[in-house]
Design a protein around this ligand. Structure first.
Ligand code: MN
Ligand code: MN
Length: 300
């Protein structure tokens, strides 16, 4: 693993946490309400409906860190049972927020010991996509089929749904492309266009600006892809996406992992990194190094 790739892996993980902490302040607000209260919301200040301290993260980063720890504790393998145990332990620590689908299917796991949720066309929330980053890092360099299978193993613990799967697999593969130095133009052709062809509901280009994206993974991805494709730079991309309101911590987290991997460590604003909870910042860096670094050719 080259220092360049490791630095981008760190940027992706920190980007996830920064987008979560930035967006949580305005989660479930409309763009009008955000403009009224904040003008353009561009600082990590906490608050929001969860009454967060400045720099505090929510379930998006919390579940990613739980997943990363589960993978590292399972010799780097992404397996449903290890993931389910990791998420269940996270839920027992009484996180500040938790999605309904995540809670319901983790309670199902507790009752049955079955780590895969039943397939459901209704479980198309963004809960599996928001936490997928550790899988992208742990499977860097593997075949595309292995990456896709690993994405589904973690996702199906709580979200067993085709739209969620498409988003998770796209995100992991696009992050990996960016880590390896591919441009936005290349990823647009190789990943974004095929995603929209396979899942027409994800189409985002000809549509009006997606505001108030709900927790439905389709609306989440439309907002994220519009911001990523139309707004250059790490900070402008994240500011754009969270000011759309709605599920802003999650659009921020997902845009943050993509834009972090694309624009790299130097693009992360120092004032945001300083505002981020220090323990979270250190955990993100440590996991990024451990998950991506474990793929060094000498260790395989
Ligand atoms: Mn959240
Ligand atoms: Mn959210």
């Amino acid at each position: 693993m080259t220092p360049e790739i490791l630095a981008r892996a760190e940027a992706a993980y920190l980007g996830l946490a920064l987008g979560d902490a930035l967006g949580a302040t305005v989660e479930f607000m409309t763009p009008r309400e955000i403009a009224h209260h904040h003008g353009v919301h561009r600082e990590i200040v906490g608050g929001g409906w969860l009454r967060l301290t400045p720099g505090q993260i929510t379930d998006d980063t919390g579940m990613a860190l739980a997943l990363g720890a589960a993978i590292l504790g399972n010799d780097g393998r992404v397996e449903a049972l290890a993931c389910a145990r990791g998420f269940d332990a996270w839920m027992r620590r009484k996180p500040v927020d938790i999605g309904n689908t995540v809670r319901r299917n983790l309670l199902h796991f507790r009752r049955t010991g079955e780590p895969q949720a039943l397939a459901s066309e209704h479980d198309a929330g963004n809960g599996a996509a928001m936490r997928v980053l550790p899988v992208a890092l742990a499977t860097l360099g593997r075949s595309e089929a292995e990456v896709r299978a690993a994405c589904r193993a973690q996702a199906h613990v709580t979200h067993h749904n085709a739209a969620s799967d498409a988003a998770c697999e796209f995100l992991a593969l696009a992050v990996q492309d960016f880590l390896l130095g591919k441009s936005l133009r290349e990823v647009f052709r190789a990943r974004i266009q095929p995603l929209v062809q396979a899942q027409p509901a994800f189409a985002f280009r000809a549509r009006p600006r997606r505001e108030n994206p709900s927790g439905w993974v389709v609306e989440t991805m439309q907002a994220v892809l519009q911001a990523l494709v139309d707004v250059g730079g790490f900070e402008p991309c994240l500011v754009d996406v969270v000011n759309r309101g709605g599920d802003a911590d999650t659009t921020g987290a997902i845009a943050g992992m993509l834009a972090g991997a694309l624009y790299g460590r130097e693009a992360l604003p120092a004032r945001w990194l300083n505002a981020l909870d220090a323990q979270v910042r250190e955990a993100c860096v440590a996991q990024a190094r451990a998950l991506a670094g474990a793929n060094a050719p000498s260790s395989r």
